[in-house]
Design a protein around this ligand. Sequence first.
Ligand code: ADP
Ligand code: MG
Length: 565
Amino acid sequence: MTADLIIGIDLGTSNSAVSLWQDGRAVLIPNKHGKVLTPSVVGFDDDGHVITGQAAKDRLQSHPQLTRAGFKRYMGTDETLVLGQNSFRAEELSALLLRQLKNDAEAWLGHPVTDAVITVPAYFNDVQRRAVKTAGTIAGLTVRRLLNEPTAASIAFGLTGNRECKYLAFDLGGGTFDVSVIDMFEGVIGVCASSGDVRLGGDDFTEAVCQWMLEKYPELSEHQYQIRPLLLEQAEQLKIQFSQSNQGSAFLRWNDMDLHWTMTEPEFAACCQPLLTRLQKPVLQSLNDARFSPDDLDDVLLVGGATRMPLVRQAVARLFGRFPRHDLNPDEVVALGAGIQAGMVMADKALDDVVLTDVMPFSLGIETTKRNGLNYEDGYFLPVIERNNFLPVSKLQTVGTVADNQKIILLKVYQGEARRVRENIFLGEMEVAIPARPAGEVEINIRFTYTIDGLLEVECTYQGNPKVFRLVIEKVPGQMSDEQIAASLAKIAGLKQHPKDMPENRELLLQCSRLYEFLLGDERAMADYITTEFEQALNSQDFRRISTVRQNVVQFLEQYKGRTE
Ligand code: ADP
Ligand code: MG
């Protein structure tokens, strides 16, 4: 059982969470602080040790150069994120966070964890999906499956069985808004359309409250830069108060000034109004793409921490003319779904019980030319597989030659939605040799096949010729090469970790707790004493003390070697 253990991870932009299938249900695994949500923040402390989660978040405002949040946005790009003396790719920062989640899960379970199901936004493209897998690899995790976040949420809400239903997942997180229309038919859960706003989330509501607070004390505006971090913290608290009560207050002492704010519900509503209005468009867009009306929906599922806000819930109710489902904690549902999925993969039932299909979140196509008077102008996009198709998908497109005696066709493959290819992502190209004939006489068949693993195969044939020209696109821009991954592994292994997080110390602590469970009476008390002493030494970060205590621990464990296995 433990050998095949798979955990489910919601790797969020603001918060991440881990869960596991246990005794017939998914349970959330608390981190070392006992919390189920771990802020997706990574940084370095003043001694250059890697810090993650809440410890890093606490320093986000005070040490912005040494701390980083929101790196999920850069997954699958070559963007360099600088942290102190080091620079990282988003995959590497995600890996540091994943490693922490893995370590915390191991400490809670008392077993090593090697495999995971990780969720990704439905709109993540191929490159971004591969980047998540790579982050897992760097963190020492085998990513058994990537699962779309809305699909995970629908599994958590219990959309299984052989029913036929249609749902909309309304996911308002910290910095992003994702809407997905989910269609379940004959046990198959499919995301049939997705839309959203990558620049809208709960943090914008906090920002709006922060602005309001500044307006109350105009004299603060010249000190904006220094006071902003403190104000944001207060604004976040103020916003959260409105999830429970109909007024909020904040207090801050700054430079001998006592600053007080009392916000009424109408004031809060006025602050939020422009943001609430922006929720509408993606909802309408996704319903339109799916060709559904709000009445076709069986339910609306609330996902993401910001949907805890009553104002957001009311806005949703108004949009759909009904109350959304909120019987699960919205910021935990994605992780729960990932845990259920992990359970299904473990039991090898993932494809039996509930067949989960995914949809193509983007379109794939080729470059084409357009006639412009007598001339032909290239640079236009011709979609072959359009977005929102169920996976796997295979489509055929036939094109003709445009020039007389053309001997070669250069097939350029792109991903994206824009009319001009230069605004889309270039994926690869191949040359196809064709017989020289008058323009339009050679008909070329282009077949695109996109698999569930995100592999694109392009096959090209032309009439009267059995030869198949084939292009398989695995390596796409923004993707890390094997050498880069190896270099990242070495780089991350070389970063200073808190002694508690070092693999050799964690392994000893695990052995200690296993021994404690095994022993009884005085021997057990001794195991407790030794473990406590070791933990205290680790916390002191005094390496000489740690080394002495570690020797005692090893000796102690040595006595019981062979007995506990
Ligand atoms: P993500 O999926 O982007 O990682 P989450 O789903 O964890 O993010 O949502 C984080 C957002 O939820 C933050 O903006 C936070 O302020 C907001 N949030 C969390 N709890 C509450 C609450 N009780 N009331 C209002 N907003 C909340
Ligand atoms: Mg989320």
